[in-house]
Design a protein around this ligand. Sequence first.
Ligand code: FE2
Length: 447
Amino acid sequence: MHGDGAGYSPRKTAAALTYLHGFGNEHSSEAVPGALPEGRNSPQRAPLGLYAEQVSGTAFTQPRADNRRSWLYRVRPSAAHPALTRTDNGALASAPFTAEPDPNRMRWDPLPEPAQGTDFLAGLWTLGGNGDAATRTGMAVHLYHANAPMERVFGNADGELLIVPERGGLLVRTEFGLLAADPGEVLLVPRGVRMRVEPLDGTARGYVCENYGHPFRLPELGPIGANGLANARDFRAPVAAYEEDDDAAREGGVEVVTKYCGNLWRAVYDHSPLDVVAWHGNHVPYVYDLRRFNVIGSISYDHPDPSVFTVLTAPSDTPGLAGVDFVVFAPRWLVGEDTFRPPYFHRNVMSEYMGLIEGGYDAKTGGGFVPGGGSLHSMMSAHGPDRATYERASTVELAPSKVEDGLAFMFETRWPVVTTGRAVTAGHLQRDYDGVWRGLERHFTGG
Ligand code: FE2
């Protein structure tokens, strides 16, 4: 499909991909030699008869350190499209979320298998979020479960998409070129960048953080120093690749769906919008392998707050207070002496949605937190190790040990996560999550 001809295999295509390296770099790439103008962005006539177009992910005037934009050199300009009309949002919802905020701790099993023929966009299911898509604040938590390639193209004006595959890989064709991610890797697709998503293995399932606010960036490292956590060089951007003589276009058009202020709109183009022959800039998609994360932890006692596991942070207007952080609990050694080593009991002003990519999670050894499922602990909701974990970790003889069979993550946001109606009526919402903290015994010996 899509120009790859007979015998097409998304796995084979993914295996052959090459990438550019480095988060935030001024990347450039051309699929045809000479397509990229030299020394200027917008020559009187762009090379090879291409149209020059800038896509701005930040306001023109934002500081250099924050500024994101790319120049695209395309067969036809993005402006060449007919009027957009509303189309069904499916199970995709956007902020503002208007349900009454619920302080209860919640946990979900994985989404049920969707109907055959469900593509990535149709398979998006919104759990909740905060802020407002139109004022570019806050975030949303979505899950996806897809079993068919997208024939249509999707672009999101409302924010960037951090895609976290959990089961099955994805091949993503973007305006900037192709990326592939298997479980354990994550994809970051910037605001407005059009894409077509295809399961690598027939079916694909995972999580999406939609960030309406400032784009994700690498966290500051402070006293950690110049290296560590997610290293910039491990983020991979695509090389330019374009669709022109596209099957769908030949057969009467390409459906392009745009999410705009919370709703889906569609138009049928007479060409593929993935027709960018060359580009340069820093508003580009990335893939990152979470197993490359350099985990920092205590080598004396206690364990640091989980902010030390931040992969990417989307700052808000208040320094140090993220619109959303993406945090990973990756394999790591635990060596703390006289320390309760799993995540401690806590109440957090920030709100935490957690998911599991593979294996287990060291705060929940009593079962129920499974790959593809998730949990939500919103503002000040008390949580921490389940009873089984507490009993074991508070009595076990401490020796160096390795947490190595799990990959969990967290979307942590400064505002409470308000759930959608479907998230609290869904059959996969666990009905007695509070029970994991039931029966924590009274050990007090002072009175
Ligand atoms: Fe927590």
